[in-house]
Design a protein around this ligand. Structure first.
Ligand code: TXA
Ligand code: MG
Length: 320
């Protein structure tokens, strides 16, 4: 049995014994192990069924540990870390030789962040080593935003989920790398690009570079419900063609009125993109369990976190 609990001491013991613990963060739950333990890291890849070429994000308790992982920190990286850590920003930086190749998939860079959740910050301070943690979902599936989602995915194969409640942000961190000393967004996420640009000026976005992705996890169809899922600017019009199907709608701020809809979830009645992001994966999980023929998601406004939500919906709806 997976234990879902708030027992920090138990989580520390397991991690120090090379076991895995699912950890809460402000973005999504992570599947955590000691970066310096080859068996723990092997377990992460095996449990997630994650390809070995896809590197892991390293979590540290504060900016003070950054120099142990990164051998060079451009000035703009430091500004970003100071502005947004702890928080939903991952920096990809030149790695120290001590960072194991298994973590970075043999790359010369390491992805690092300080997560913003009191339980995981306490855990990081107590274990005494950085934690590698990909999102706690099988490869290609929707990321978990509750302890129950994690348990549903892994059951007894995972010894413990440290229960930190529902994730506040609800989509993964924004990943920023550097070309020369200039920041480049590799993955849209919980930190809006506009917020990053307020600190460092205009940034390039290479989120969609599919041929040679800088964040290899971005390559494939991803974040996907098992139910066939579609993205539409006007879901009401879209579903009119499918009168005989059982349909679930995922909507931004307003319900659709009509005879065909079996289930609909409105993400934010006030039209707040932050609220919509925080409920996105939970809503997809819920709709996916209803035995529907199809899920139709509404495209969000193309600004701020709306861009990040649309990115996830596009990946979730890529046809198999
Ligand atoms: O919010 C998050 O970032 C969550 C929580 C648990 O922290 N973690 C997460 O991890 O989303 P994961 O493994 O699902 O996604 C990590 C992404 C992948 O797309 C991976 O390719 C990229 O980070 N990445 C890791 N190391 C990298 C590196 N050295 N260079 C480029 N991309 C890297
Ligand atoms: Mg993931």
């Amino acid at each position: 049995m997976t234990s879902i609990s708030k027992d920090l001491a138990q989580a520390v013991r397991l991690l120090q014994a090379d076991e895995l613990v699912a950890i809460p963060t402000e973005t999504v739950y992570g599947l955590a192990g000691n970066i310096f333990s080859p068996p723990a890291i092997a377990r992460i890849f095996a449990l997630k069924q994650r390809p070995l070429f896809n590197p892991l994000i390293v979590h540290i308790p504060s900016i003070r540990q950054l120099a142990e992982l990164a051998r060079y920190v451009p000035e703009k990286a430091r500004w970003l870390a100071e502005a947004f850590w702890p928080g939903p920003l991952t920096l990809v930086l030149k790695k120290q030789p001590t960072v194991p190749d298994l973590i970075t998939a043999g790359k010369d860079t390491v992805a690092v962040r300080v997560p913003n959740h009191p339980l995981v910050l306490a855990l990081l301070a107590q274990v005494g080593f950085p934690l590698a943690a990909p999102s706690a979902n099988p490869f290609g599936r929707i990321s978990p935003t509750t302890a129950a989602h994690v348990e549903e995915y892994f059951g007894a194969a995972l010894p413990m989920v440290l229960d930190g409640g529902d994730c506040e942000r609800g989509i993964e961190s924004t990943i920023v790398g550097f070309e020369g000393d200039e920041p480049v967004v590799y993955r849209l996420g919980s930190l809006a690009v506009e917020e990053i640009e307020r600190v460092v000026g205009p940034v390039a976005i290479k989120n969609k570079k599919e041929a040679a992705p800088d964040a290899p996890g971005m390559l494939s169809r991803h974040y996907a419900p098992a139910t066939p899922t579609y993205l539409a600017a006007d879901p009401g019009a879209f579903i009119a063609r499918f009168a005989d199907k059982k349909i679930g709608l995922l909507l931004f701020s307003k319900k659709v009125v009509g005879p065909f809809v079996d289930h609909q979830i409105v993400l934010s009645e006030t039209g707040d993109l932050k609220e919509a992001a925080s409920g996105l994966y939970g809503a997809l999980h819920t709709l996916d369990k209803l035995g529907l023929d199809m899920i139709v998601a509404e495209r969000m406004p193309d600004m701020g976190l709306g861009k990040s939500i649309n990115d996830r919906l596009e990946r979730a709806t890529k046809q198999r």
